[in-house]
Design a protein around this ligand. Structure first.
Ligand code: ZN
Length: 246
């Protein structure tokens, strides 16, 4: 099974310690971790509190990661630039990167896409309908034409991203906005996937359709191989042999 690292904030909204989050009895992070384990993945869980800088994502853990799931919301700036850099380097070598919900603003994601990742938002728990826009795409397997999440935070256009290589979902919100909510980019040997739903105070990750997306995406992001770093070698003898050019 795929070797996964799940890096997740424990912010007050997703509160685990005091149990004030009505959506998840033991916190959103614990729920997602348990879900991933229940699917048989080999999961390393990294918790990010307000005082963490991401250095818990060590070289050793990263070298043992095939797909990195990143859920963050309000502590993005605390993450060391060096951590973001090494994540990007490994994606270029083949590792899958899954930006969950507010992961659109995490440092590695912004470096991978090259733009701000800014978007409009509103938090009143409105209805979201997620439409499939790429039928037959592996991430949409078993989903039908669309699915509904009863209450979600709204993220809407304009969404400052480069055009995705594969646009998998578009969301509609009760208030009228739309959003490119499932996007794939290829970077080097690796793939990057952004999936919008997943606000921490709402039970989004309990939806079967959302769980299907997560499993499908992990499968899609899993690399056949993670290659060694490739430099810029000078090739004195070309593949066709020692040719005479002048
Ligand atoms: Zn949110």
């Amino acid at each position: 099974m795929t070797k996964i690292t799940f890096l997740c904030e424990t912010n007050p909204g997703a509160n685990r310690e005091t149990g004030i989050n009505p959506a998840y009895e033991n916190g959103m992070d614990q729920y997602v971790y348990d879900f991933l384990c229940s699917k048989g993945y080999d999961v390393t869980w990294i918790k990010i509190s307000p005082t963490d800088d991401g250095s818990a994502l060590t070289d050793e853990i990263l070298e043992n990661t095939e797909v990195l799931l990143w859920w963050g919301h309000i502590y993005h700036k605390n993450i060391l630039d060096s951590v973001a850099e090494k994540v990007v380097a490994r994606v270029n070598r083949g590792m899958g990167f899954f930006a969950m919900h507010s992961g659109h603003h995490c440092k590695p994601f912004k470096r991978l896409i090259g733009t701000t990742g800014n978007l409009s938002w509103r938090e009143i728990g409105e209805r979201e309908r997620v439409w499939v826009t790429d039928f037959g795409h592996p991430i949409t397997k078993g989903l039908g034409d669309s699915f509904v999440i009863d209450h979600e935070e709204m993220y809407g256009e304009p969404f400052d991203i480069p055009n995705p290589d594969e646009l998998v979902f578009i969301s509609w919100f009760q208030g009228g906005e739309v959003m490119r909510s499932g996007c794939v980019w290829k970077r080097g040997r690796g793939k990057v996937f952004f999936f919008r739903p997943g606000h921490e105070t709402l039970p989004t990750y309990k939806y079967e359709s959302v769980q299907k997306v997560i499993v499908n995406a992990i499968e899609y992001l899993t690399p056949d191989e993670i290659v060694a770093p490739y430099g810029a070698p000078k090739i004195p003898v070309p593949p066709e042999g020692d040719i005479k050019t002048w």
